[in-house]
Design a protein around this ligand. Structure first.
Ligand code: NAD
Ligand code: UDP
Ligand code: UDP
Length: 341
């Protein structure tokens, strides 16, 4: 039966003149690559709740079955263990392409240029064959160590092509290029999101990202490890805000790229203070040497997403952080199985 059903208005190759995809319409067939990961699993929750049929394609490199286990047994949910570097045949209306390890610890250990390039090519090939709409989760890392602040989508970035982060940065830049090639050359409907630092429940423990590190360290009564002088900045977005932005982007009429991030900017020392306030006022701070090519500052200009997607984040760092702490507490101390949503 696969392939026979085509949801009205979904998935045909050219957008021209079609009824816009409504946020409320039910019954799309959607593949989420990387759907067992942090962001992907929260997106899957929303799509399933909306009434769509969701296929998760994930090789569990950094994701976990636990993140989607609550959907097992739902006839509208399917989980396929698969590496997107290999081709795959599916019949779907929309493709959310998230598969890609997102933390420096993982991508330095296992360079991921191939995942970004070959994996994205395969998903674009799939979009072309079945006429699906394709959304790429790119990253603020395409701006590199930015010389413009805050970063606007029109900024081309400052990336070291041979540095330790370049497998990720250049991988995503190539993925954006491929996406635009398939759009311009073949008429594929595409969407590009440039995601800024995001945190929340189900983040990979011990993956080395700053929010997960600080929260886990504070809970374990270990010192918070601040790299460098701690004056570098990031802007932290709560995961539900991001998922809302991704869905609006997919359903809307604009290709992008769109910055999706929270403009609230913090130094790493300020972040450490918020973690102290939230978890343990006595948590100590320990300075460590910084890693190479670390961007000095980062903050999204989200005017474009505000204007064209009607989107902006609603959860501040001080509101969002406590929401991930209970999930981390359960996973670290194992007092009960994580049931975070
Ligand atoms: P994550 O590591 O939790 O999720 C990535 C998922 O992709 C995991 O489930 C992993 O197992 C899967 N995966 C990795 N390589 C794969 C492959 N070759 N084939 C199939 N599956 C594969 O990371 P996340 O934070 O949820 O990130 C999701 C997406 O958002 C990524 O594309 C990432 O680059 C992007 N992004 C995230 C952030 C952030 O702060 N979380 C910021 C910018 C961009
Ligand atoms: N592809 C895939 N699933 C599909 C269609 C294509 O994985 O349903 C892969 C295909 O194997 C190829 C890539 O996507 O490696 C690009 O496909 P496309 O048809 O655009 O390019 P071509 O195969 O013509 O080089
Ligand atoms: N960082 C830190 N302590 C940690 C982990 C990271 O001070 O334990 C710093 C890191 O040097 C960087 C910032 O936090 O300046 C954000 O790092 P992360 O890996 O979370 O995200 P990205 O660098 O990809 O934005």
């Amino acid at each position: 039966p696969m392939g026979a059903r085509r949801v009205a208005g979904g998935g045909s190759m050219n957008a021209g003149g079609k009824v816009p995809l409504g946020l409320k319409r039910k019954g799309l067939r959607i593949v989420v690559t990387g759907g067992a990961g942090f962001v992907g699993s929260h997106l899957v929750d929303r799509l399933i709740a909306r009434g769509d049929s969701v296929i998760v394609v994930d090789n569990f490199f950094t994701g976990r079955k636990d993140n989607v286990a609550h959907h097992f047994g739902n006839p509208r949910f399917e989980l396929i263990r698969h590496d997107v570097v290999e081709p795959i045949l599916l019949e779907v209306d929309q493709i959310y392409h998230l598969a890609c390890p997102a933390s420096p610890v993982h991508y330095k250990f296992n360079p991921i240029h191939k995942t970004n390039v070959v994996g994205t090519l395969n998903m674009l090939g799939l979009a072309k064959r079945v006429g699906a709409r394709f959304l790429l989760t790119s990253t603020s890392e395409v701006y590199g160590d930015p010389l413009q602040h805050p970063q606007v989508e029109t900024y081309w970035g400052n990336v070291n092509p041979i540095g330790v982060r370049s497998c990720y940065d250049e991988g995503k830049r190539t993925a954006e290029t491929l996406t635009m090639d398939y759009h311009r050359g073949l008429g594929i409907e595409v969407r590009i999101a440039r995601i800024f630092n995001t945190y929340g429940p189900r983040m990979c423990l011990d993956d080395g990202r700053v929010v997960s590190n600080f929260v886990a360290q504070a809970l374990r009564k270990e010192p918070l490890t601040v790299y460098g002088d701690g004056k570098q900045t990031r802007s932290f977005q709560y995961v539900s805000d991001l998922v809302e932005g991704l869905m609006r982007l997919m359903e809307g009429e604009h290709v992008g790229p769109f910055n999706l991030g929270n403009p609230g900017e913090f130094t790493m020392l300020e972040l450490a203070e918020v973690v102290q306030e939230t978890i343990d006022p006595n948590a100590r701070i320990e300075f460590r040497p910084n890693t190479a090519d670390d961007p000095h500052k980062r903050k999204p200009d989200i005017s474009k997403a505000k204007e064209l997607l009607g989107w902006q984040p609603s959860i501040s760092l001080r509101q969002g952080l406590p929401l991930m702490v209970s999930d981390f507490r359960q996973r670290i101390f194992g007092d009960q199985k994580s049931t975070a949503t």
